[in-house]
Design a protein around this ligand. Structure first.
Ligand code: 3H9
Length: 706
């Protein structure tokens, strides 16, 4: 982020009698860049020697107090002064220091506020210590000051969840002292300072507070409970370090606790998890920008049609309703419509049962939900999303109806997972209005939305797709048209790599275990059982006609499907499920099918180490990711990362497959592919982009910027 984009200094000091107002100015979020830290250091050095100043108010300009350390500086050579130093200087100041908070006070921003002697906030302010989401811990005294102010349990809750607390909650916890009545936070800060001076309020340094930690047994119990919780979240680095820091806050003098925090923060800073998570932080913001969002305005969106009331259509309808849109569902007959509507109602019934929604709230939402068996009901829709059976002829028939009834300028979207959207668009009179909106099931929960851009679509329609994603609070990723777009195309390849390993000697259960150990919530065979084996089977049948006859094909999954073993819904698949259970046990009947397939293919099974399983699985994913980028299906490697993290369970702390490959080193990934290619050169052809990057000594991240 540029230090600041206009001529104002990063830190400005104004005087109002005995009160100095120190305002941070570093758009867009007042991150604590080097210039801001230097400005604060200088301002406090000068003000503390000014006998006319009795109190100092720190406030932020723009929409936020301070969003934390400047995340872009992580991984760069450190520049003085370090943030902990600035916080210590603020706390040590002999004048009364007041933090005046509006918008967000997060991470280092809250740590600055905790170093002040008093805190006032507007009632819409949000405070939090979200460093854990970046693979870090609060490293500017937050782990030592927060427990001293609000006790170990509340501090651990904030630091381990990373959640944002409201001003009201912050007041209740004791994190802030006062809620302002107006939104003019600078004026409120000065007024609060004046009242504190008038009352003779003492300088109250958080590092010297003892009351919140006085009951040592209760504090230790909170720390022990947090440690037990953290132990369950395997694989994450910083949470256990956060607990260690809070233990230090309890056991050590303040200065020693700060030193412990510094040491553990530095360990987190240099961890690959921090690199992966910070990469995703920026990637998730980059994906929301596309050439079209820069060049075109979205079309207005209020009324939306959904064609199809199956699981997908109903999930999409709920997602739209949740965003406050008016939704009309179309089904082919009354019975199908009633079923679709009941699927939607069921989601809201569940929310009521869980206490997340009132009956009145549900009723209010459902007034925006209509159903019809006639396409004419979509005559005034701004957007229609088709979610019918995955069959080109069926989709084309739907689009012909939409072409007939929809008003000019309506956006016509298909939720197809793999069909050629150019062909669908070409079949009607207005291809410029046709877009792919690929939701992931359950559509009201999964965050990913692939925005698939066919050749003839106009830019404002694509921009509308992005605007819709924002309304639905989804993470949009722009994708080009190909079989499977970004996500399903890459999935097909790494799933094939898994099938090859299975036929060569690995068991599906070993492969699932490796994938879980890598950090996915489940492995590919467990996933197939959850989604329904018949879905993959249908895809394989569809692809059979175009499959390269020389390419290796593993028949084992087909053998399961021929027996009707589709997974959880049929009681068995790769695993067997006791009635009503979602967790299965390895299906012993699968082993003979695998053995038979190996014999037929002339394969002598060999053992695989977990490391080899992982290297093959990841290499297949990265290699196809590189192709997807090279062909322009994904704009950049970061789009692949966001897709696989938000739609396919790739572990967030590894940053996505392309970032992970960068961290492992592309020469290593390429060498793996070249060695696997000795057995199967057709499947393991290295992507030309990967080869080129290795030759040039570059990584995928070099393609993410500009
Ligand atoms: C920390 O503080 C460590 C310390 O404990 C110890 C240090 C020693 N830095 O999200 P938005 C950019 S770790 C740099 O779209 P919103 C963001 O990339 C930090 N840049 O806005 C985007 O840029 P662009 C702990 C940042 O209104 C633009 O600002 N703090 C930072 O939806 C707008 O962001 C956090 O983790 C940053 N800290 O949400 C808080 N923050 O326009 C991170 C934002 O080029 N930030 N940017 O795409 C947030 O959660 C949200 O930005 C916030 C505003 C809620 C503040």
């Amino acid at each position: 982020m540029p230090a600041h984009t206009d001529s104002l200094p990063a830190v400005r000091v104004q005087r109002d009698g005995a009160i100095a107002l120190v305002t941070l100015h570093n758009p867009p979020v007042n991150a604590l860049s080097t210039a801001v830290r230097q400005g604060l250091q200088q301002a406090f050095a000068e003000l503390s020697h000014d006998a006319d100043v009795h109190a100092i108010v720190i406030a932020g300009s723009g929409a936020n107090f301070i969003a934390g350390a400047d995340i872009r500086e992580f991984g760069q050579p450190p520049q003085a002064p370090a943030l902990p130093e600035v916080c210590n200087q603020i706390e040590a100041c002999d004048k009364l220091v007041i933090a005046a908070i509006h918008g967000a006070a997060l991470g280092g921003g809250l740590e600055i506020a905790l170093s002040a002697h008093y805190r006032v906030a507007v009632d819409t302010a949000k405070v939090g210590l979200p460093e854990v989401a970046l693979g870090l811990l609060p490293g500017a005294g937050g782990t030592q000051r927060a427990p001293r102010l609000i006790g170990a349990a509340a501090a651990l809750d904030l630091m381990l969840s990373g959640r944002h607390a409201s001003a009201k909650e912050a007041l209740r916890l004791g994190l802030i002292d006062h809620i302002a009545t107006s939104n003019d936070i600078a004026a409120e800060g000065v007024a609060y300072a004046r009242s504190l001076l008038a009352d003779g309020a003492p300088i109250r340094r958080t590092g010297e507070q003892t009351a919140a930690l006085a009951d040592r047994a209760a504090q230790q119990a909170a720390i022990d409970a947090a440690r037990a919780e953290v132990a369950k979240k395997k694989g994450l680095f910083s949470p256990s370090k956060i607990v260690d820091c809070v233990q230090a806050a309890l056991d050590q003098p303040f200065a020693d606790g700060l030193a412990t925090e510094r040491d553990l923060f530095t360990q987190c800073l240099h961890s690959p998890q921090r690199a992966g998570l910070v990469h995703l932080f920026f990637a998730e913001r980059e994906v929301t920008k596309s050439p079209e969002t820069q060049s075109a305005q979205p079309r207005p969106l209020q009324k939306v049609g959904v064609i199809g009331g199956g699981t997908m259509g109903a999930g999409i309808a709920v997602s739209l309703l949740d965003a406050g849109l008016n939704v009309t569902m179309i089904e082919r007959d009354d019975a199908a419509l009633a079923l679709g509507q009941s699927r939607v109602a069921k989601v809201y019934d569940g929310a009521v049962a869980k206490g997340r929604l009132t009956e009145e709230g549900k009723a209010a939402i459902l007034t925006r939900f209509q159903g019809s068996t006639h396409y004419d009901a979509l005559a005034d829709a701004d957007l229609v999303i088709e979610a019918v059976f995955e069959d080109m002829a069926v989709k084309k028939a739907v689009f012909a109806e939409l072409d007939r009834v929809c008003r000019p300028g309506a956006v016509l979207a298909t939720n197809t997972s793999y069909l050629d959207i150019n062909e669908i668009a070409g079949s009607i009179s207005r291809p410029q209005d046709v877009l792919g909106l690929h939701f992931f099931s359950p559509a009201n929960i999964m965050k990913l939305l692939e925005i698939v851009v066919p050749a003839k679509v106009s830019a404002d329609v694509v921009a509308t797709g992005f605007a819709l994603a924002k309304k639905l609070k989804k993470v949009p990723v722009r994708a080009g048209v190909c079989d499977g777009f970004i996500g399903n195309r890459i999935l097909a390849v790494y799933r094939t790599a898994a099938d090859h390993m299975m036929e060569d000697g690995a068991s599906p259960f070993e492969i699932d275990a490796m994938v879980r150990a890598f950090g996915y919530p489940m492995g590919p065979y467990e996933m197939s059982d959850l989604a329904g084996g018949d879905i993959g089977w249908a895809t394989r049948k569809r692809r059979a006609a175009t499959r390269d006859p020389k390419a290796r094909y593993v028949h084992i999954a087909d053998r399961l499907c021929e027996r009707g073993w589709f997974g959880q819904k049929t009681g068995q698949g790769w695993y067997v499920y006791e009635a009503g259970s979602r967790s299965g046990k390895p299906n012993p009947a699968v082993e003979p099918l695998i053995a038979e397939a190996r014999a037929k293919a002339g394969v002598t099974p060999r053992p695989f180490t977990r490391e080899e399983l992982e290297r093959r699985y990841v290499a297949a994913m990265v290699n196809e990711g590189a192709r997807v980028v090279e062909e322009g299906i994904a704009l950049r490697p970061l789009d692949v990362d966001v897709t696989l993290v938000h739609g396919y369970g790739f572990p967030r702390h590894k940053g996505g497959p392309m970032k992970y490959a960068d961290l492992v080193g592309l020469p290593q990934i390429l060498a793996d592919i070249q060695s696997f290619a000795k057995e199967d050169p057709l499947f393991w052809q290295p992507a030309p982009l990967l080869v080129r990057l290795v030759q040039e000594g570059k990584n995928f991240d070099s393609l993410n910027h500009g």
